[in-house]
Design a protein around this ligand. Structure first.
Ligand code: SF4
Length: 457
C-alpha cells in the first residue's frame, strides 16, 4: 500500500452511551429519542451542567466556565443532551482523566468555551465587530439580507435549540450575556415574515432564499411550513435552503412525525413548481455524526427534498487539521448522506481570536484535503469578507502575511452600494489573528492600537 498523508477507513457511526453521565444514568432510549425530552433537558447554566456531569468534572473547569460567562462570552449557554453526549464520548464521567478529555474535546471547545481557551493578549482583533458581515445594514426589509444579486438570507427568528460560542450572528441570536446585549427585531414576527414575502414578490431577480435565523428548528413547524410554502409560490424562487444546525444538535426534532409529514408536503409542492428544497446543517466534528444524526438526514432525504448539505466552520482545536476535516467529511458522506459543502473561516466577531485560523492556514487545509473525496463532495473553504461575501480562500487578490491583511475584490454590488461607482474597483480587507503574525507585524498592530511595542531582542 502506498504511504499517504491520510488513510481512509470506513468508520461505523456510534451513539455514545448517555448513561455514563450521572445526570442521565436512568434516561431510557424512548426519552432520549424524544425531541421534547431533549429540549426540556438542555443545559443552560453551570448548575445544570454540574447535575449532568457530576463531580467527575473538576471545580477548575466550572470556575473557568463561570469566569468566561462573566467576562468574555458573546453567546449564552444552551446545549442539548444530544450534543453533550458527544463530548468526551468514550469516557465515564468519573474516569480520572475525564476533566482533561472534556477540556480537550473538539465539540466542547466551541459549545462550552471557558476563559482559559481565549487569548490573553488580543482576545479580539481590533477590527472585530458585532455583525461583522454587516448583514443588518443590508436588510431589504427587517431580517432579509440582500447581499448578492440573485439570493437573499431570511433571518426568520433570533433563537436556536443550541448556542455555539463562535456564532457569527452573536449580535442578534440568543440571550444577552454580561458582555453582549442582543439586537432585537423591531417588527412582530408576522409582519416581518409578511414583509419578506412581499419584497420577494416585488424583486424577481432573486431566485434563491436561505431561510435561517437562528435555526429554523425553533420556528413552530406550522409557521415554517407556511413560510416555505409562500416562498414556493413566489414566481422567481427556484432554490430554498433551510438552515438548521439542529439536524445534528437535535436530530430528534427532524425525526418527529409532524416534521417528516410536513416536509413531505413541502417537497411535493416544490417538485410540482420546479423548486429545489435543501437542508443546510452545521457540523464541525466527526464525533457529532451519530446514528441519530444519520437517521434524521436520511429521513429528510426520504421526504423528497433535493439534498442535505453541511456548512462547517474552521475552528482551532476542533477541526484545524486535514485529518479531522477528512474524517468529518467521510462520516457525513458515507453513512449520513450529508454532502460536505463549505467550511467557513470563523468570522471576526469579538473574542474569537483563539478559534480563528489565518488565511494561510485555511489555504493549506484546502490544499491538503484535495484528492481524497469525490470532486462533488469536496468542500470549498470560504472566507466571508465584510462587504464582499463568500470568496474561496485562494481567490485572495493580495496577502500581506507580515501584517496579516488580505485584500479581496468583488464582482457585484451589495444593497448598500447602489450608487457607489468604485465598489467593484475597491479592495476589501480581511485580517488574520495578530498573535500568529511575525513579531514585526504584531508590533505594527500594537503601535496602531496605542499599546506598548515589544522590546527589540
Ligand atoms: S446554530 Fe447557527 S445561528 Fe445558532 S448559535 Fe449556532 S452558529 Fe449561531
Amino acid at each position: 500500500m502506498i504511504d499517504q498523508p491520510y488513510i481512509y477507513r470506513h468508520r461505523e457511526l456510534v451513539e455514545p452511551d448517555w448513561r455514563r453521565l450521572p445526570g442521565w444514568a436512568a434516561v431510557t432510549p424512548q426519552e432520549w429519542a424524544s425531541a421534547q425530552w431533549q429540549r426540556a433537558h438542555c443545559v443552560k447554566n453551570i448548575r445544570q451542567l454540574r447535575q449532568v456531569l457530576g463531580a467527575g468534572l473538576s471545580e477548575r473547569f466550572y470556575a473557568d466556565l463561570e469566569r468566561d460567562q462573566a467576562e468574555q462570552a458573546t453567546m449564552s449557554m444552551l446545549v442539548p443532551p444530544q450534543m453533550i453526549n458527544t463530548m468526551a464520548p468514550l469516557l465515564a464521567a468519573d474516569a480520572p482523566d475525564f476533566t482533561d478529555a472534556f477540556y480537550a474535546d473538539p465539540v466542547r471547545r466551541y459549545m462550552i468555551p471557558v476563559f482559559s481557551d481565549r487569548r490573553a493578549e488580543w482576545p479580539s482583533h481590533p477590527e472585530a465587530s458585532r455583525d461583522s458581515l454587516h448583514e443588518a445594514e443590508m436588510w431589504a426589509v427587517e431580517g432579509l439580507t440582500h447581499r448578492y444579486p440573485t439570493k437573499v438570507l431570511a433571518e426568520v427568528l433570533p433563537t436556536c435549540p443550541q448556542y455555539c460560542g463562535h456564532c457569527t450572528r452573536m449580535d442578534l441570536v440568543g440571550n444577552p450575556t454580561p458582555l453582549i446585549d442582543k439586537h432585537k427585531f423591531g417588527l412582530p414576527r408576522e409582519d416581518r415574515l409578511g414583509a419578506m414575502i412581499t419584497y420577494l414578490r416585488q424583486t424577481p431577480g432573486v431566485r434563491d432564499v436561505v431561510v435561517s435565523g437562528g435555526d429554523v428548528a425553533n420556528l413552530p413547524w406550522p409557521r415554517l411550513e407556511a413560510f416555505v410554502s409562500d416562498l414556493i409560490d413566489v414566481a422567481s424562487v427556484r432554490d430554498i435552503r433551510l438552515a438548521t444546525k439542529a439536524l445534528m444538535g437535535l436530530p430528534q426534532y427532524w425525526l418527529t412525525d409532524e416534521v417528516r409529514a410536513g416536509m413531505e408536503r413541502l417537497a411535493a409542492k416544490a417538485a410540482g413548481r420546479d423548486v429545489s428544497i435543501a437542508i443546510h446543517t452545521h457540523v464541525n466534528s466527526a464525533q457529532s455524526v451519530t446514528p441519530l444524526v444519520a437517521s434524521a438526514a436520511r429521513a429528510m432525504l426520504d421526504t423528497g427534498i433535493r439534498d442535505v448539505r453541511n456548512q462547517g466552520v474552521l475552528l482551532r482545536g476542533t477541526n484545524d487539521s486535514s485529518e479531522a476535516l477528512l474524517d468529518l467529511c467521510f462520516a457525513l458522506l458515507d453513512d449520513a448522506k450529508i454532502m460536505p459543502y463549505y467550511f467557513y473561516m470563523c468570522d471576526m466577531i469579538p473574542n474569537s481570536e483563539h478559534w480563528r485560523l489565518s488565511l494561510g492556514e485555511a489555504q493549506r487545509l484546502q490544499h491538503d484535503i484535495m484528492g481524497y473525496l469525490p470532486g462533488f463532495a469536496t468542500p470549498r473553504f470560504i472566507c466571508d469578507v465584510p462587504y464582499v461575501g463568500k470568496r474561496w480562500v485562494h481567490q485572495v487578490s493580495r496577502y500581506d502575511r507580515e501584517l496579516g491583511i488580505s485584500y479581496w475584490t468583488k464582482n457585484y454590488r451589495t444593497g448598500v452600494e447602489t450608487g457607489d461607482e468604485l465598489a467593484l474597483e475597491r479592495q476589501y480587507e480581511y485580517y488574520d489573528p495578530i498573535y500568529l503574525l511575525p513579531e514585526q507585524g504584531q508590533d505594527w498592530w500594537r503601535a496602531r492600537t496605542g499599546q506598548p511595542v515589544a522590546a527589540a531582542s
